[in-house]
Design a binder for this molecule. Sequence first.
Ligand SMILES: [Fe+2]
Ligand SMILES: [Fe+2]
Length: 467
Amino acid sequence: MSDREDISIQKTAKEFINRLSVLIRTAHIHNANNVAVTSSIGRLESLIIELIDSENSITLELRGEYFYFNDIRVPYSVDNLLNYDFLAREFRKLELGSINIQNKTGTEEIRAFVQAFISSSFSESPFEALQEKTSVIPGLGLERLKKITDNQTTDIKKTVRSTYYNAVSTTEGVMNKIRSGEQVSLKRAKRVVATMVNTVLDQENILLGMTAIKDYDEYTYYHSVNVSILAVALGHRLGLNKKSLIEVGMGGFFHDIGKTAVPNEILNKPSSLTTDEWKIMMRHPPCGARSLMKIRSLDELTIKAAIVAFEHHRNYDLSGYPEVRKPVSLDLFSRIVTIVDQYDAITSARVYSRVSIPPDKTLSIMMERAGSQLDPLIFKFFTNMVGIYPIGTLVLLNTKELGLVSENNKLILSRPRVFVIADANGNRADSHVVDLAEKNGNNGYKRSIVKSMNPKEYNINLAEFLL
Ligand SMILES: [Fe+2]
Ligand SMILES: [Fe+2]
């Protein structure tokens, strides 16, 4: 399937979710024969007719966190998250995994379906109730929600992990070749970036979790991969299509390629750099752009990456380096990469900054740069993506438990899901995930974050938990 077809089906799928979600929500409030319900039915009906004509049949399936429409994952974005989350919750409540529609359904059939949908959620075995009540509707098939087993999760994690490490070794390979003046081909790098784009689209949380592990000696290689992943995830939030995601991912992957021209003594110097050393360090953007432009099979993708390499330390307000004679506003991909580059650099324990800064503190440092160094609008999307407490942040809860943020809550940023690693007495907990959005009996929350902590101070090895 071509990219364009992919995008148009995703759009229709989003619309399908919106209309179904609105209908169910309306029917929750009003009687099934109410005008608002009838008009919502009409809007869904016309879309179904259109879809049966073009696609023959419709399958909407909930797999883990995401909906798949005729096997294509429906993107989750700012404009549809309320409907998306609502429908996913309703599916889970009913233990419903998928709806398959083979025929053009009429108004009364849809009305019967919605009535069954709502009344079944109060039943003891909701899925069986729904199945029974809708069995008279022709061409409608329902399947029970499949539980993702621990084994499957382990397999997914393994695949994501190997994608990540494969990317790291690719960076290392390319950088070594450039350093020794050999001819390089970007074929493998392109493949790696394309795989990362697919992984971000499918398993964003696990891959973002990988970028939170900052404990390594070879900072530059991991940093390039992290920046690439974060740039793709941010680009996805901004609504970029797949082709652009690969481009911004390549930009992130190669943004620091010019560091191959900086001697290791400077790159890994444990104390602060002298003025002369800084001058050498500041050469890496133009050097990087030059190495990329020298690549034999120069194509559009590589040229775009070269622009990012050149611009990633130039600022939104046109300050920064390298200085240029006629400053022009920065390329969109450069503005994306600059933000995620700073974020990864500040949160990483670099050789010369000794302590890394926790993700939430990093965000507040960067907040002050929004509008001057950083594009404020893209930064807003970035904070929305990583949340107030990004994945991997070590947090202290009001229950005195310690945990690692494992997944963001897109609606209430301050209430992520947390992987509890130590109980109130400081003993190692039997790893379990708690949802901070969970309420207690008195309409308050069961658990809340008191503050974030520095994993280094607690000798906590993030890798051990996140992998
Ligand atoms: Fe850089
Ligand atoms: Fe960088």
